[in-house]
Design a protein around this ligand. Structure first.
Ligand SMILES: NC(=O)c1ccc[n+]([C@@H]2O[C@H](COP(=O)([O-])OP(=O)(O)OC[C@H]3O[C@@H](n4cnc5c(N)ncnc54)[C@H](O)[C@@H]3O)[C@@H](O)[C@H]2O)c1
Length: 314
């Protein structure tokens, strides 16, 4: 049985991934930054839980003595937080990737799965984006993830650890823990706005494009990467469908109408003149070749978010 350490284990993706892997029979240790979550049934499925600061190398050296087979590294500031001071941002987004690989490679770690982002591809044209596409970072968040990838590439050369990169598009889905930082994600945000305010207000004219993938599908993709013996370094994880924000707003409006019988207004910002719209496609055929399938369709994911909101909103 694989012994897996999940850093950022109480985060939005981490909490779901820990549960998924534990239910698949893995021995899972989530690393929490501050408090241990209060959800007892979730905790009971974990092999062990540890609390610590990923920036603390002495703590990592002690932790590595537990000899993990796999690490899934999910600690990073989000897109906005990554615009902070470079010293602070790199102390969380970059240096721990290096420290983890330095420390755990000496303790028999077999696989290191690094969560990066499709944002490393930067501005995309009307094209199909495979893992071989050039990187072209446009913001600090993308830059730090790109540097994290380079550190992994280095350790693939100089150590016996098998490092893999996940370039994730935009995930969505009801959170596992109430405190998860997830309501700024587009689908989650628009569903909550629809539910609470009975309207959908877009910050843009609705033309920006995204590829949305449900959190449980992300977990399946990670499991495929843990289990594969194929030796690809980078995997795109996405749904393989590109949608505009206005299309997603219309989808939410339709699901809302079927569910609650209310026709929501969709309010968009004024259209920017002469914006070029390029319908790129994030290609997921590599991860599909190792067993990944998209199982969640958007309608089910949106309905599931409304169920969550019904149960958790006073
Ligand atoms: N959510 C998405 O749609 C998405 C899309 C693309 C890429 N990603 C990447 O996936 C990864 C996970 O994203 P997420 O949405 O779960 O983020 P999140 O913010 O929910 O989780 C990050 C976790 O890191 C922990 N953390 C922060 N500082 C720490 C420290 N000093 N020591 C220990 N832990 C610390 C936080 O407590 C949190 O649990 C990130 O690398 C993110 O950039 C996410």
């Amino acid at each position: 049985m694989h012994k897996v350490l999940v850093t950022g284990g109480s985060g939005y993706i981490g909490a779901r991934l820990c549960l998924h892997l534990a239910e698949q029979g893995y021995s899972v240790t989530p690393l929490f930054y501050s408090n241990i979550p209060k959800e007892k049934s979730w905790i009971s499925k974990m092999d062990n839980v540890v609390v610590g600061d990923i920036r603390d190398e002495k703590f990592l050296i002690e932790l590595a003595k537990n000899k993990y087979d796999v690490i899934v590294h999910l600690v990073s500031l989000d897109h906005n937080q990554s615009n902070g001071s470079p010293a602070y941002v790199s102390s969380i987004n970059i240096a721990p990737v290096w420290s983890l690989l330095d420390v755990f490679s000496k303790q028999g770690l077999k696989k290191f799965i690094y969560f990066s982002t499709a944002q490393v591809y930067g501005a995309l044209k009307d094209e199909k984006v495979t893992e071989f596409h050039d990187t072209n970072t446009q913001n600090a968040y993308g830059l730090t993830h790109h540097i994290g990838e380079v550190i992994c590439e280095h350790y693939n050369r100089v150590s016996s650890v098998d490092c893999r990169i996940v370039r994730l598009s935009n995930s969505y889905g009801a959170p596992i823990f109430e405190e998860n930082n997830c309501w700024w994600l587009v689908v989650n945000d628009l569903c909550r706005m629809a539910y609470i305010e009975n309207k959908i207000v877009l910050q843009s004219d609705g033309s920006p494009l995204r590829d949305f993938i449900h959190g449980w599908d992300v977990c399946n993709g990670v499991q495929c990467i843990i289990e594969t013996s194929e030796d690809h370094f980078i995997y795109n994880i996405n749904s393989g469908k590109t949608m505009s924000i206005i299309e997603i707003a219309q989808k939410i409006k339709t699901v809302f109408f079927v569910r609650y019988g209310i026709e929501l207004p969709i309010i968009t910002a004024k259209r920017e003149s002469d914006v070029e719209i390029n319908k790129y496609l994030l290609d997921n055929s590599l991860v599909r070749s190792i067993g990944f399938e998209v199982k969640w369709n958007l309608e089910d994911g949106i309905n599931n978010l409304f169920e969550y909101l019904e149960q958790n909103n006073e």
